[in-house]
Design a protein around this ligand. Sequence first.
Ligand SMILES: NC(=O)c1ccc[n+]([C@@H]2O[C@H](COP(=O)([O-])OP(=O)(O)OC[C@H]3O[C@@H](n4cnc5c(N)ncnc54)[C@H](OP(=O)(O)O)[C@@H]3O)[C@@H](O)[C@H]2O)c1
Length: 261
Amino acid sequence: MTITGATRFVPLLAHPCRHVRTPPVFNAECARRGLDIAMVPLDVTPEMLPATVEALRHIGNLAGMVITIPHKNSAAALCDRLTGAARLLGVCNVVRREADGILTGAMFDGEGFVAGLRDRGHEPTGRRVLLVGAGGAASGLAHALASAGVAKLFITNRSPDKAEQLAEQLRAAFPQIEIRTGKADPKDFDLVINGTSLGMHEGDALPVDPDRLTPGTVVAEVVMQPDVTPLLAAAEARGCHIHKGIHMIEQQIRLLVDFVA
Ligand SMILES: NC(=O)c1ccc[n+]([C@@H]2O[C@H](COP(=O)([O-])OP(=O)(O)OC[C@H]3O[C@@H](n4cnc5c(N)ncnc54)[C@H](OP(=O)(O)O)[C@@H]3O)[C@@H](O)[C@H]2O)c1
């Protein structure tokens, strides 16, 4: 693409940012649609996030911002208004700058994840789901899975209070779904999801014990780098169906571009 004086830009706010895979996919989608919009990654420390967002809101050719680890909760608090899942959960992964500099936040991690599952033939409706994680991405996934009508949602997280807080928010919005937290045995589920950052770094612990997975279970990832995480490799060896983190961003990109364009 050619950057001109008319190009609008969308920074991807991350810390660190070397692992991010969104910019080439986002820029390719803008180019495919003929949109003069470009994404660049910005490595922003948590301490500098408020000052960065405040400065960016005054940039006239800023279309919006895409937000990733570790900023999804704090970025939501910096928005002037939130829509949909972002409003319920207090997390956002995309911010649109309105003409007057007002910032509107939204959350598409979950919709992208569920669309990715469906695209690969894994329908979540009616399934028993184990979700590991209760951070920004996992919260979005939990909301979208509940919206898709899973039969049971079990949330387990290193910090149990965050899992319980997320479950409380969801129980109020989806009273018909069995939503529980604590420690779970992966063998009791049809769909097991790593919604944490475990697997990004060599030596990370596995989010679940693969020996407890039932062959035929769908095991899904949010981690995109590496493409096949140690969890996915172990699950495949155990006879499970695996679903990579990249499928989530592939489906989510069009939602992010729609929102900021
Ligand atoms: N595929 C995609 O399209 C896509 C989209 C968004 C994000 N992601 C990926 O999703 C991952 C999480 O991102 P996020 O924005 O949700 O981050 P986040 O808000 O910081 O949440 C991190 C989650 O991981 C857990 N965690 C971190 N280190 C852990 C450890 N050593 N042991 C156990 N649990 C640990 C945290 O548990 P605590 O609550 O206890 O801290 C929390 O549940 C990242 O790898 C990100 O790249 C992928």
